[in-house]
Write a protein that binds this ligand. Structure first.
Ligand code: HEC
Ligand code: HEC
Ligand code: HEC
Length: 422
């Protein structure tokens, strides 16, 4: 039977290599989905190994630390079965049965479908290098460190069930909704939270969904169709360009959004980014402060900049420290330099992001491995609280921006909060 052995071997070999090829494709698919879920942003410490955990996250109860999700069997998730992995992601329950804090965005990941969960599991088991690094205990003291109340929290706030396509909407809209609500967990920053730290809505059926929220000293913008503070004046293409490159004609990424662009959205396919833009642009206007629709006007501002009255400290700070980049007309040089005139973040009632970016500047936006050439400088060593309040009050009043003044006390608070975090 000499002849038969060769075909048998060939068949076996073909079978095995196709099995391997299928696995490679599955692992690659999982790697892509892990990007869409931005697991690396939370599960890596600043100078630590990727996915080995250790990043501190502030909760109202104290700091907790993200865990090692590399496949190391002793310190990571190497002993997780696929079922246990899916339960951690969708229900926030670890292998040993303890409940995870909702700083892990499982209320969003609950929507991940089985096929994607399978690919993610394959990636975490076979595509990630194991790292031996023990997890760090949370800084929360007894009795607040007891985790059983999280079961009650889940009973009230966790909506179980994977994403279901909505009838009457096309494939792209549903794909966008799936990515934004699920893996993208955009609402964990962009949706306001209630008193129990729960997001006030997990999809477009809630009028609070994606209307903007304050987290970690950054105000994540309104992403509904609101004209002034939201995406009302952006086209679908503008939204897609922002997610791919971190900047467009209206605004540029800063604060906690920088890491979303750096680690996640820039790596997504054009079709997926277009689908996300499609879904966002379908959200009707909500939130915002209901002022008149913004339209650009330079006249009054030109006068106060060319002949700053001795009393207008804000205009003086602006001409001395900001104007050479942001321009006398407030229009910047998009997309390298964000316009301040009509910028949705400038028009937002909550000034936290403006104060934070002026005090602390921006982290580098890194596109395809190349850091942005002109980051926004930090002014905390140069300007005092009153000067920061004055210049932001000036910007919020200039070019028809028409948004309320910024108070020195709020600058002082932000300075303290962000210095402590450094
Ligand atoms: C916004 C931050 C954040 C993101 C994004 C995030 N996680 Fe987590 N994750 C956490 C935190 C915090 C914990 C620990 C919570 C605790 O200890 O209660 C955690 C815990 C886990 C656990 C439990 C591990 C253990 O300790 O046994 C798994 C599994 C996990 N995450 C997987 C993932 C995957 C996969 C992704 C991406 C799809 C992801 N996480 C994205 C914050 C995050
Ligand atoms: C870790 C918190 C965080 C997450 C998660 C997050 N964002 Fe943001 N996002 C912000 C902050 C803060 C801003 C305001 C600063 C800026 O404009 O970059 C912002 C701004 C934006 C803007 C610009 C809006 C404007 O008016 O300037 C868009 C568009 C956006 N985010 C889309 C998304 C999408 C889509 C997702 C999910 C894939 C997402 N974000 C996830 C924090 C976050
Ligand atoms: C060296 C040039 C430069 C100077 C000077 C400068 N900025 Fe910026 N600023 C930037 C850039 C670039 C961005 C866009 C974010 C980024 O890419 O880092 C930005 C962003 C901002 C934003 C966020 C708007 C958005 O949507 O991105 C605010 C608010 C801001 N600057 C205020 C100021 C104030 C106030 C001053 C003066 C005290 C100032 N800037 C001085 C370069 C500058």
């Amino acid at each position: 039977m000499k002849n038969a052995s060769k075909p048998l071997f060939a068949v076996l070999f073909a079978f095995m290599s196709s099995a391997y090829a299928a696995d490679d494709a599955l692992v690659a698919r999982g790697a892509y989905l892990a990007r869409a879920g931005d697991c690396i942003a939370c599960h890596s410490a600043p100078r630590g190994k990727p996915l080995a955990g250790g990043l501190p996250m502030m909760t109202p109860l104290g700091a907790i630390y993200t865990t090692n999700i590399t496949p190391d069997p002793d310190t990571g998730i190497g002993r997780y079965t696929e079922e246990e992995f899916a339960r951690a992601l969708r229900e926030g329950v670890a292998k040993d049965g303890h409940n995870l804090y909702p700083a892990m965005p499982y209320p969003s990941y609950a929507k991940i479908n089985d096929e994607d969960m399978h690919a993610l599991y394959a990636y975490f088991m076979h595509g990630v290098a194991p790292v031996k690094q023990a997890n760090r205990e949370a800084d929360i003291k007894w009795p607040l460190n007891m985790r059983w109340p999280l079961k009650l929290w889940n009973a009230v706030f966790l909506e179980k069930g994977v994403y279901r396509s909505k009838a009457g909407q096309d494939v792209a809209w549903n794909r966008g909704a799936y990515l934004i609500q699920g893996l993208g967990h955009c609402g964990s920053c962009h949706t306001p939270r209630g008193i129990a730290f729960q997001e006030k809505g997990l999809d477009e059926s809630s009028s609070a969904y994606l209307t903007g929220g304050l987290l970690d000293n950054w105000f994540a913008s309104n992403l509904t169709g609101e004209h002034n503070t939201g995406l009302g004046r952006w086209s679908e293409q503008d939204v897609a360009t922002f997610l791919k490159t971190g900047a467009n004609a209206h605004a540029s990424a800063f604060g906690s959004m920088t890491s979303v662009i750096n680690n996640s959205t820039q790596a997504l396919s054009d079709a997926d980014v277009a689908a996300m833009a499609r879904y966002l642009k379908s959200l009707p206007a909500a939130g915002g402060s209901g002022g008149a629709p913004y339209s650009y006007d330079q006249k009054a501002t030109k006068v106060s900049l060319t002949r700053p009255a001795a009393t207008d400290s804000g205009a003086r700070v602006y001409t001395a420290y900001c104007m050479h980049c942001h321009g006398a007309d407030g229009r910047g040089f998009a997309p390298m330099l964000a316009p301040l005139a009509g910028n949705p973040n400038v028009l937002e009632k909550d000034p936290s992001s403006l104060i934070n970016v002026t005090l602390n500047g921006t982290d580098d936006l890194v596109l395809n491995g190349v850091p942005a050439p002109y980051p926004m400088p930090r002014y905390s060593p140069v300007l005092n609280d009153q000067q920061v309040a004055d210049v932001l009050t000036f910007i919020r009043g200039a070019w028809n921006n028409n948004t309320p003044a910024v108070q020195a006390e709020d600058v002082a608070k932000m300075r303290k909060a962000t210095q402590a975090a450094r």
